[in-house]
Design a protein around this ligand. Structure first.
Ligand code: ES4
Ligand code: ZN
Length: 335
């Protein structure tokens, strides 16, 4: 098994991280105070109690209920900055060099907070991460699939200046997967793409949904990346396609265990993906909720795949760099 020091030193890229999912209990409670928030009566009252709740979730929806309550404490541009900056500081210590991070504007606009407030706060943290840590980053705006597609079209309208000027680099799709298949969002993806030809497209698919959701995201939404995608393992033709078109799967090992998608990281089809040349990266998803940032995810995989040598890990790190949406010059510097 490779050492934790070796994994720490590997130049790591994050492609699947929800900024709202980095809200640690020890920032959540101070923000409750700072912003005079009233939490639901049955919400845990202390950092310890909340950490206890985060030990296990029944499924994706059980987690999402906590996640959306958590986001309600974010109000001011400074809150969004503080959240993202805390993330970059932690990830920098773990050897992160490039991050493509998600955020959910609708979790905030639905509470009367403007997309400018959210986006500017997050962007300011990205700028600081570049200056202080040389971490490059991209913002990916996600649509919440439990929200009516018509509403999502309005969100895209509100985000138009940021899509046009490239502040938002990509569009994603998250929240409860199974009841809301990709076909519902065809028009949203088309509309967003029409605003900027450089806008990249991704979607959560094949976490709780079937391999068909992955194929549909590729065919109907024209995405060039798949978030999670682990259920692609059950479709041979799809695996061939992912390898042929070098579609990156952004795998989230600790998340999959916490949400009981798998019982242990060893069940993940990572060896199959390697053998079939399906590119993937390892990511932390919602680290404040799932018990680990990027390095803890790498370390857990190394324990569950102890036969992987330095060469295999080098290949994984390279696949993550190659699958990134940074400029070619940056890629070459990282490779
Ligand atoms: C999420 Cl793990 C996961 N799946 C879908 N949507 C999400 N939003 C935040 N984390
Ligand atoms: Zn996710």
């Amino acid at each position: 098994m490779v050492s934790a020091e070796f994994l720490q030193e590997l130049p790591k890229c994050e492609h699947h991280l929800h900024l709202e999912g980095t809200l640690e209990p020890d920032l959540l409670f101070p923000l409750v105070k700072r912003n005079n928030i009233t939490l639901p009566d049955d919400f845990p009252k202390s950092v310890e109690e909340l950490n206890e709740k985060y030990k296990q979730f029944r499924d994706l929806q059980d987690f999402l209920d906590y996640y959306y309550t958590g986001t309600n404490v974010l109000i001011k541009e400074q809150d969004f900055f503080d959240l993202a900056w805390a993330y970059f500081q932690k990830a920098h210590k773990q050897g992160l060099v490039h991050a493509e991070v998600f955020y959910d504007p609708q979790s905030h606009t639905s509470r009367g907070i403007s997309i400018e407030t959210v986006t500017k706060g997050f962007q300011r943290a990205c700028d600081k991460a570049l200056i202080e840590f040389k971490i490059t980053s991209k913002l990916i705006m996600c649509l919440l699939r439990h929200i009516e597609p018509e509403e999502c079209l309005k969100t895209i309208e509100e985000a138009t200046p940021f899509i046009k000027d490239g502040t938002i680099s990509a569009l994603g799709l998250d929240s409860a997967e199974k009841p809301f298949p990709p076909n519902l969002f065809v028009e949203c993806y088309q509309k967003a793409s029409s605003l900027n030809e450089n806008l990249r497209l991704t979607a959560h698919a094949g976490e709780e949904g079937t391999a068909q959701y992955v194929s549909d995201a590729l065919d109907l939404l024209q995405v060039t990346r798949i978030d999670h995608g682990i259920n692609s393992q059950y479709d041979d033709e799809l695996l061939d396609r992912l390898a042929r078109d070098q579609i990156l799967l952004t795998i989230c090992p600790l998340s999959n265990v916490k949400l009981q998608v798998v019982q242990s990281v060893s069940e993940l089809p990572l060896q199959k993906f390697l053998d079939r040349n399906v590119p993937f990266s390892l990511n932390s998803d919602d680290p404040a909720y799932f018990g680990g940032y990027i390095l803890e995810n790498y370390v857990q995989v190394s324990k569950d795949f102890p036969h992987w040598d330095h060469k295999t890990w080098g290949r994984i790190a390279k696949n993550a760099i190659n699958g990134s949406w940074c400029e070619n010059k940056r890629k070459n510097d990282l490779l």
